[in-house]
Design a protein around this ligand. Structure first.
Ligand code: CTP
Length: 209
């Protein structure tokens, strides 16, 4: 399981990040552990503590998260990538940028897409689950994301407006699967969604769905 935001250092003081709290990933690590899985949680700087039931690996940047996941990828059967990984990073300045000498331009470079990398090198036994945060045309965007990244399942969060899931205890999720079906899981507490997802993954593993 990956969880939380990543931080891309700009200089020794500042960073680029996002609003992810890590709550959904922690709920997933907890629910999957309770369902009997041995869980490794690779997490960025979260608003909530990692659970005691998983092996927890704290990282900061998107590159560190990619390294932590991809270097261990062969040892896992199920990946649930819930982290809000930065899509762009920046070469950090070694000293604090001074405003009277800064030209206002940050040169952004793309990061490694962990889900897509796993999709490209997956083994047949591995199950790949992603999340998507979408603010418009949620289901269409998420469907093309699922296909592009080679995931088996993708859980879509609507962001923006009244449905902002960040830091919230509740979220509205829709489950898309690679066969083309979708299922509205409704609005629920993240822990409840996590238990639903754990059951769903267990059924997939045992071939009952
Ligand atoms: N993801 C990832 N590595 C990245 C970016 C995203 O593994 N560098 C994963 C997320 O953990 C999530 C899925 O890809 O499971 C979709 O993330 P999302 O932020 O919704 O999509 P992006 O690929 O970042 O596309 P965009 O920001 O353009 O919507």
């Amino acid at each position: 399981v990956t969880a939380g935001p990543t931080r891309e250092a700009i200089d020794p003081v500042r960073f680029l990040s996002n609003r992810s709290s890590g709550r959904m990933g922690v709920a997933l690590a907890t629910a999957l552990s309770h369902a009997g899985a041995q869980v490794t949680l690779v997490h960025g700087p979260m608003e909530v503590p990692p659970p005691p039931c998983s092996t927890n690996i704290a990282v900061e940047s998107a590159a560190a998260m990619a390294e932590a996941v991809l270097s261990r990828a062969d040892s896992f059967d199920i990946f649930v990538l819930c982290a809000a990984v930065a899509d762009f990073t920046v070469q950090p300045a070694s000293q604090k940028l001074k405003k009277d000498r800064f030209n206002g331009i940050l040169q952004l470079e793309p990061t490694t897409d962990i889900l897509a990398s796993l999709g490209a090198r997956r083994q047949p036994r591995q199950l790949l689950v992603g999340f998507a945060a979408e603010s418009e045309a949620a289901l269409e965007n998420a469907r093309s994301k699922l296909v592009r990244k080679g995931a088996d399942l993708l859980f879509v969060n609507q962001v923006g407006g009244p449905d902002c899931p960040f830091s919230a205890e509740n979220s509205h999720l829709t489950c898309l699967d690679a066969c083309g079906s979708s299922r509205d899981l409704g609005r629920a507490a993240k822990m409840q969604h996590a238990q639903t997802i754990a059951t769903l993954l267990h059924q997939r593993r045992s071939g009952t769905t």
